[in-house]
Design a protein around this ligand. Structure first.
Ligand code: SF4
Ligand code: SF4
Length: 449
């Protein structure tokens, strides 16, 4: 029986958006594992909220899975050691987005194995709500889709709000990235276990797994594990960028409009990425901390493209020494997908909880595209592409005149979530999204504290 057609027939979507070439050449391979590098750099702020507080000192030996920094308060998350080794330093190190952050530097023992030597299995079903939320925080779980919001805080719905539906976001609409797809295909049982945990923690009575209709293998892998009571269902949504954005997926699945600046809980919803839920379903019952994640390695500058379990703290340099193409000398390294990811300013930046992909391009190939732009020809392509219904052309012209206040007050710059659709379609190659990021940064800086 062909169970695919009903999903395809009802694939729903949102207004506007784009169809970039998928470049998902890593789709067919199973997840593999990168060996431990000699050194791991573990930033204390790998999440939204207060940085973790170190519990170890220089020269101290640690075991794989051991908690080495504790959460500081409610909106914070602990850090666990990804390998056996000795603490070498606690010092500022470069992290993504051009920043530096205090980090624990761990020298990995050559004999360190993949065995996790800390953490005890725990009876999740016997936990009350407060214990469940505390246990989710204890394992260091954060949103692995890139947002890195602590999962326990997201699932702990405020008393004045009520959540009825959990949305498991399996869209992975960014070109190149396949790490979520692999977890849906290889860990469907863990995904369903994680969804059940997240439903209990948030109070949701039903869950919908939203998957783009170019990932039918994932639907097939999950289907046998769905509960018979219908509390967890799957829905295919159209393959379109940025289908995985919170607002767009809510529109596609439920035909609801989330007002800009509001949280899904306002509509009785909570959304989690499928990778986060699969890891939650695996680690929480085992009582083990989050110490590694699946990262997509792709692009012309990667010799071994694929999806790999990579320990947190592995620097880009160590990843590229192992998997990079040595002939690609002038590298442009992107952390995340090509649409919303960030160019890495240093190869000393480590893989952290929010690193979904490492894409490597040859700068010489990119230069003809990125170096030259022309005047706006008022073609309207950016307006037709913007999923937020903004006028990127007008915003771009105001940005060129440094009229940031007008961008914000008259043309809703704050609603732009930097998806990059406008830049992608612009025939004049105007770096619109970069201009919008700069304008927002200026307005943020100027705000009185
Ligand atoms: S980057 Fe902003 S303005 Fe451009 S398409 Fe996306 S939301 Fe619209
Ligand atoms: S797509 Fe580019 S050229 Fe066309 S209206 Fe927008 S900014 Fe102007």
């Amino acid at each position: 029986m062909n169970l695919r057609l009903p999903f395809l027939k009802h694939a729903t979507t949102f207004a506007r958006g784009i169809h970039p070439a998928p470049h998902k050449g890593t789709l067919d391979q199973p997840i593999k594992r990168m060996p431990f590098p000699r050194k791991l750099v573990l930033p204390l702020a790998q999440h939204i909220g207060k940085p973790a507080l170190p519990l170890v000192g220089i020269g101290e030996e640690v075991a794989r899975g051991q908690i080495i920094a504790r959460a500081e308060g409610t909106l914070s998350s602990p850090i666990h050691a990804p390998a056996d080794g000795v603490i070498e330093a606690i010092t500022p190190m470069p992290v993504s987005r051009g920043q530096w952050s205090d980090a624990i530097v761990l020298r990995v023992y050559e004999a360190s194995t993949q065995e996790v030597r800390c953490g005890q299995p725990q009876d999740v079903a016997a936990m009350d709500h407060a214990q469940l939320i505390a246990a989710i925080q204890e394992i260091g779980m954060v949103g692995l889709g890139g947002a890195t919001f602590p999962s326990h805080a997201k699932l702990n719905v405020p008393a004045d709000k009520q959540v009825h539906t959990l949305i498991a976001n399996g869209c992975e609409c960014e070109p190149y990235l396949t790490c979520d797809y692999k977890l849906m295909r290889e860990w469907p049982q863990e995904l369903i276990a994680g969804i059940r945990i997240a439903m209990r923690a948030s109070g949701a009575t039903r869950a919908i797994i939203g998957i783009e209709d170019n990932k039918l293998d994932a639907l097939d892998a999950i289907r046998p594990h769905l509960p018979e009571d219908g509390s967890i269902t799957m829905r295919a949504v159209a393959t379109k960028y940025p289908q995985g954005a919170e607002r767009m997926l809510i529109k596609s699945l439920l035909d609801l409009d989330l007002p800009p600046g509001s949280l899904p809980s306002q509509l009785g919803l909570v959304m989690h990425n499928v990778g986060t839920l699969a890891l939650l379903g695996r680690l929480l019952p085992a009582g083990q901390g989050l110490i590694e994640r699946v990262v997509t390695l792709a692009g012309p500058g990667i010799k071994k493209p694929g999806d790999y379990w990579i320990p947190f703290g592995a620097t880009l340099r160590s990843v590229l020494e192992w998997a990079g193409d040595p002939d690609c000398i002038e590298r442009e390294v992107i952390l995340g997908g090509p649409m919303m990811g960030q160019a890495a300013f240093s190869l000393d930046i480590p893989v952290t909880k929010g690193t979904s992909g490492i894409l490597v391009f040859d700068k010489r190939m990119l230069e003809p595209i990125t170096q030259q732009s022309w005047a706006c020809i008022h073609c309207g392509a950016c307006v037709n592409a913007c999923p937020m219904g903004l006028n990127p052309s007008q915003l771009g012209m105001l940005s060129a005149k440094l009229e940031f206040d007008e961008m914000s007050e008259q043309f809703h710059l704050g609603d732009c979530f930097e998806c990059g659709c406008c830049s992608y379609v612009c025939p004049s190659h105007i770096p619109l999204v970069q201009q919008f990021r700069a304008a927002k940064a200026f307005l943020r800086e100027r705000k009185p504290l």
